[in-house]
Write a protein that binds this ligand. Structure first.
Ligand SMILES: [Zn+2]
Length: 319
């Protein structure tokens, strides 16, 4: 079963989380493999998407946002876009659009940052929006301070967290064909944060964070993917006093629906819809996340364009 574990370090301004997506992750992979148009992901794309799914669960859980958190990588290589989306109840879905071949040895820059033009966007889309309210979005490049291409998604997201939350974060991510997992360690703001350098106590607390972050960084991919959470915490932090909380269970769920696909068709316009109907006899739309097929014949389409209904704006390319 997929698990999310939160923990604190007693007396220190440091918190952490470990996520292990198992059944929810293999569900996403088997749905993709069953898609006759795309087939299964190439292993490097699969691992990137798994890392994104794990990271998105950690980020959603970290900020406790009442809406969907959407982590997207827009690539300038064979992976055009990869998306992981997590709801407040930790239901998660993910997909990637790939054009061309991805060799088994491909690393992050080979997939999404060939010309250093790839970018990563984090969107927070509130559940209850007031009219006209736009989702919040932060975008970071896939390069570091010297414009060097970053080799790991975790480095990209550490940059984002430092920029957006001004909090030091250490992130370790890994995925394979069975597990998508992540460890997040974050320094919490302390009193007198603005007076770093003059307050001796704070320096001590920052040293606590640094020590724990260095320990966290020793976690290997193999350990993160294969060990249970208790064993990981014991191996890394056996000298620290760790306070653990009741685990939560992320799960796979898709938010697509016939109604939302109908809204998407409406946004195409009647002329475009009629053109497709004239050519193919029906409009068929497959959900990229879960594989569900939605079919609309001429009668269904006519209903879409005549029913007054409420017409929520289509804000995203996803259904
Ligand atoms: Zn779906």
């Amino acid at each position: 079963m997929s698990e999310l574990h939160k923990f604190l370090f007693d007396g220190m301004p440091v918190r952490g989380m470990i996520v292990r997506l198992t059944g929810s992750w293999t569900e996403m992979l088997s749905r993709r493999a069953a898609n006759s148009e795309t087939g299964a992901y190439a292993p490097p794309v699969r691992d990137l998407l798994g890392e994104m799914a794990a990271a998105a669960v950690l980020m959603q859980s970290n900020i406790k946002f009442n809406g969907s958190l959407v982590l997207q990588v827009f690539g300038d290589g064979p992976v055009k876009v990869a998306v992981a989306e997590v709801q407040p109840d930790l239901s998660v879905r993910a997909t990637a659009k790939v054009v061309g071949d991805v060799p088994a040895t491909a690393r992050l820059p080979d997939m999404v940052n060939v010309n250093n033009k790839g970018r990563c966007a984090i969107t927070l889309d509130p559940k209850d929006k007031f009219p006209g309210q736009q989702p919040y979005q932060g975008v970071v490049p896939l390069f570091g301070d010297q414009h060097e291409k970053l080799g790991k998604l975790s480095e990209v997201l550490e940059h984002y967290m430092l920029q957006s939350e001004q909090l030091d974060t250490r992130l370790i991510l890994a995925a394979d064909d069975k597990v998508a997992a992540g460890l997040l360690i974050q320094r919490l703001p302390t009193q007198g944060e603005k007076n770093i350098g003059s307050a001796g106590d704070d320096i001590g607390l920052i040293e606590d964070y640094n020590r724990i972050a260095i320990l966290a960084a020793t976690l290997t991919r193999e350990e993160l993917l294969t060990l249970d959470v208790g064993t990981i915490l014991h191996r890394l932090f056996w000298e620290e006093k760790v306070i653990r909380f009741e685990p939560q269970t992320p799960r796979f769920a898709c938010t697509c629906s016939r109604e939302r696909v109908g809204n998407m068709i409406r946004s195409l316009g009647a002329a475009e819809a009629e053109g497709i109907l004239a050519e193919r006899g029906e409009i068929e739309v497959g959900c990229d996340f879960c594989g569900q097929q939605y079919r609309f014949d001429a009668v269904d389409a006519a209903q879409i364009f005549t029913s007054p209904g409420d017409q929520p704006p289509v804000t995203k390319a996803v259904q």
